[in-house]
Ligand binder design. Structure first.
Ligand code: HAM
Length: 422
């Protein structure tokens, strides 16, 4: 028996209602804030990701699905969406468009992680990027949009965490302070943190090991070491967020797992699990476009994990709209009736009425049992007698009653009762 590869999942019909709900809310919010959709290829040249996400990150070191294609090109399945959008921004000369260029995506992402609830190897993100604007007003807008998106989904038990990790001017000084601090912690550090200390210093603040928690609490805070312009940016952002009335908190532990971030970083976390199962995160990446060969261009974005949203919708028992299915079953008895039913089913569907058509040579009783099992609201029954008189029997499956209708009246009648009940 074949099984789906570890860390992947078939998205069965029962789950599709959640996806459609989330995608509809995402498109709606993008319309409100002026984002247009972009789709980029599932795979890119590996260098695009190593360059942007950073060599020392978990994603690049351990999680990328990289391979050589038959032409010897180094290829990687996208482990996130931002780098591809920036590549497209540069490749298509979007710097010549009015700035910021606002783009969103709904896409599959690939990371070779240890699978567990809410952590997959193939998962999906709704993400958006505002490229070409350095004003902290955009930071506030991007953060607000993320919050409003989760709000529109009906999720309530969430927290919004914000931080500033500075820029290439002030961060080296901060990182040195952090290294100096950790140099004195020696053996108290977990094994992973011992290696992080040199290779990926900021991630020391993100460690989940209980032994490292107290050290993190007392560690120097990036917000205390910002240069003047980063400090002003952060102060303005906080003011805007206060004015909008978003319930955010500041945490010096928030550093994010990708190297391209500058200044503002933020995450939305479930109240109960915190960062372990972050629902979405983002931040500024003012150096990335230049790093990838474009002109220096400020930018900021965000991405939400769809599977984690679904977990939280279920946990919070949010009722989502069901996807409508056909409500009418078409049963037939006799050779002529079967022929007429094929044409009738086609006419009804053409008129916008969903039909499940009976096939084979089952008895009427078996056909109605099938209609019942499928939860059909109505059954249309057509026998040779009805063909002769150009009528059908319309049976309400929940009530005892049934009525005879001429073929001419069937479509208007069904439309009337089906619209009245939606
Ligand atoms: P990220 O934090 O790596 O950011 O991923 C964003 C979200 O994707 C996470 O908060 C989480 O909900 C979801 N996610 C991550 N890994 C998994 C996984 N293995 N299984 C299921 N869901 C997962 C980025 O990807 C950045 N590109 C976001 C961004 C956009 N920053 C600026 N613009």
């Amino acid at each position: 028996m074949y099984q789906a590869p570890r860390g992947t999942a078939d998205i069965l019909p029962a789950e599709q209602a959640y996806r459609r709900y989330i995608e509809q809310k995402a498109s709606l919010i993008c319309g409100l804030y002026g984002y247009e959709r972009i789709d980029t290829p599932t795979f890119e040249n590996t260098k695009l990701f190593t360059r942007s996400i950073g060599d020392g990150t978990d994603i690049v070191e351990k999680e990328m699905y990289s391979f050589q294609d038959k032409g010897g090109n180094d290829i990687t399945l996208r482990p996130e969406g931002t780098a591809s959008v920036c590549r497209a921004y540069i490749e298509h000369g979007m710097a010549n468009l009015p700035q910021p260029v606002k783009l969103f995506y709904l896409t599959s992402i690939y990371r070779y992680e240890r699978p567990q609830a809410g952590r997959l190897r193939e998962f999906h993100q709704f993400g958006y990027e505002a490229i070409g604007d350095a004003d902290p007003v955009i930071d506030a807008e991007v953060i607000e949009m993320a919050w409003r998106f989760y709000e529109s989904l009906g999720l309530k038990k969430l927290s919004l965490i914000v931080n500033s990790i500075g820029c290439s001017e002030c961060r080296p000084n901060y990182l040195q302070k952090l290294r100096d601090y950790y140099d004195n912690c020696g053996e108290q550090l977990c094994k992973d943190c011992q290696t992080r200390r040199e290779r990926n210093t900021l991630r020391l603040l993100d460690c989940k090991q209980p032994g490292c928690q107290k050290l993190i609490d007392n560690a120097p805070k990036s917000a205390d070491y910002l240069c003047d312009s980063c400090a002003e940016h952060f102060n303005l952002l906080k003011k805007y967020l206060d004015d909008i009335g978003l319930p955010y908190s500041i945490s010096h532990r928030l550093v994010r797992g990708l190297d391209y971030y500058t200044r503002t970083v933020f995450e939305i976390q479930p109240e109960t699990e915190g960062a372990q199962n972050t629902l979405g995160g983002g931040g500024r990446y003012d150096n990335l476009i230049a790093e990838l060969g474009g002109k220096p261009t400020a930018a900021i974005g965000f991405a939400a994990g769809i599977e984690r949203i679904i977990l939280n919708l279920k946990r919070e028992d949010v009722q989502i709209p069901v996807i409508s299915k056909p409500a009418v079953f078409l049963a037939n008895m006799g050779e002529n009736a079967k022929l007429a039913a094929v044409k009738l089913a086609s006419d009804l569907r053409h008129a916008g009425i969903g039909i499940i058509q009976s096939t084979g040579t089952k008895s009427l009783k078996a056909q109605l049992r099938q209609a019942n099992n499928l939860n059909m609201r109505f059954a249309i029954i057509i026998g040779d007698e009805e063909v002769a008189s150009q009528t059908v029997v319309l049976k309400d499956m929940a009530a005892a009653g049934q009525e005879n209708l001429s073929w001419d009246c069937l479509i208007p009648k069904l439309k009337e009762i089906l619209t009245a009940s939606t």
